[in-house]
Design a protein around this ligand. Structure first.
Ligand SMILES: *[C@@H]1O[C@H](CO)[C@@H](O)[C@H](O)[C@H]1NC(C)=O
Length: 399
């Protein structure tokens, strides 16, 4: 398949018209579908859940809740969702619906804690948008409640489930390039996409800020590839939002990680995020979505670690060897699940459903990982002088 044809076929199936699941004689479809309820008529829901659900035989989009009932109804009808709840108590009504197995929580960051705690208390599994909370303390409490109740809680770090990042991690872990010395990751969203005054990402009380929104990705990615948590934030600089200086429209942070060899130098890392990237040549938005690692005997780069299904490449340069470029749209010959057109979100949904159904997911992201990511987001904000986002004032009733 030529790469141009492949590009269109893959993206058509990924975002426009995913092939529908095989029928009920497929053994994976014999288990009854999980009924999902969505909190809020969020803009992210179609990409993150609704389109991926179309090709998953064990997922039923069952209900949506929004304060504004006409908005809930429009959203439900547009996406083929059976039930909708509206009004001030719409979220709670959805949680009280005994038919619902799983709650998808894409609410603003500042509401993650309250509604995830309430969903878990109602006995629902939760797929929670990233970043998981406003503070690591919130994240710790949510995972501890999920654990107590025996429920699945996953922070939706979808890129982690895609073969592209898993391939990069496997190459680093194989030792082909030697121990890792340096790892940088950047996620820059072009100017104008997100930086409007009314955007929730610019709202401090709702847990806004670039390091929360797009910065959580590069931080997660360098922690993953370094296979450890940082030992320190050595510097962090924020570009402040003029209308509210507690909000960063971009942050650059230098971190160190423990050495990957006994007695060796610490691993250096720079993570960068911005919600207001200046266009190159004045008009073409410059995509900066890459992660690059330098190891003792070579380097590796993945372009587009966040949305690899659209297009990506992995460049491997062994010192003194022949450089090569790899693509990993699907798992190759290793029994991995999925198709070339599966998005990161589709891979994530597969793993999430496997976990809820008691099967072993191919990839998983642990509670410790989510807690540590939040801890280091807070440490970066501390170093940049902006401070942590406000912890939720919601008090969970002691059971
Ligand atoms: C990582 O970023 C730092 C700071 O910008 C830079 O000096 C270094 O060369 C970068 N390393 C890689 C592997 O890109």
């Amino acid at each position: 398949m030529s790469s141009i044809v492949g590009f269109f076929k893959r993206n058509y199936a990924a975002f426009i018209s995913p092939p529908t699941p095989r029928n009920a004689d497929d053994s994976s479809a014999t288990s009854p579908p999980l009924k999902f309820g969505i909190l809020g008529a969020a803009a992210i829901a179609p990409a993150a859940l609704i389109i991926p659900a179309k090709s998953h035989p064990e997922v039923e989009l069952y209900a949506v809740a929004a304060r504004d009932i006409s908005r809930a109804e429009r959203f439900a009808k547009k996406h083929g969702i059976k039930k909708w709840y509206g009004g001030q108590d719409s979220y709670q009504k959805l949680l009280d619906d005994p038919a619902i197995d799983v709650v998808y929580n894409p609410l603003p960051n500042g509401l993650h804690y309250e509604w995830t705690m309430k969903a878990l208390a109602a006995g629902k599994h939760v797929l929670l948008e990233k970043p998981s909370g406003d503070t690591a303390e919130e994240t710790r409490r949510m995972f501890s409640l999920a654990d107590q109740k025996g429920l699945v809680l996953l922070e939706a770090f979808h890129y982690r489930f895609h073969p592209a990042i898993l391939r990069v991690k496997a190459i680093i872990d194989s030792g082909e390039l030697g121990p890792i010395k340096e790892v940088n990751a950047t996620l820059a969203v072009p100017k104008g996409v997100l930086d409007s005054v009314n955007d929730i990402r610019m709202n401090y009380d709702l847990g806004g800020g670039a390091m929360m929104d797009c910065g959580c990705y590069p931080l997660s990615c360098v922690r993953y590839l370094a296979s450890s948590n940082p030992s320190a934030v050595t510097s962090a600089t924020a570009v402040r939002y003029p209308k509210d200086p507690r909000i960063d429209i971009g942050t650059t942070a230098d971190l160190t990680f423990p050495s990957s060899t006994p007695g060796g130098q610490p691993v250096r890392s720079t993570v960068k995020c911005t919600m207001s990237n200046s266009p190159r040549f004045g008009f073409i938005p410059k995509p900066e979505i890459n992660v690059r690692a330098v190891c003792e005997s070579g380097s590796i780069e993945l372009f587009n670690f966040v949305m690899p299904v659209i297009y990506h490449y992995i460049t491997v340069k062994p010192d003194g060897g022949i450089p090569r470029t790899e693509k990993a749209y699907a798992f190759k010959g290793d029994g991995g699940k999925g198709e070339e057109w599966w998005t990161t979100y589709r891979h994530q949904l597969e793993a999430f459903v496997d976990k809820v159904k008691g099967r072993a997911p191919q990839t998983w992201m642990s509670a410790e990982d989510s807690i540590a990511n939040m801890e280091w987001i807070e440490k970066i904000y501390e170093e940049s002088g902006l401070g942590s986002r406000p912890q939720s004032t919601y008090v969970f009733p002691t059971l």
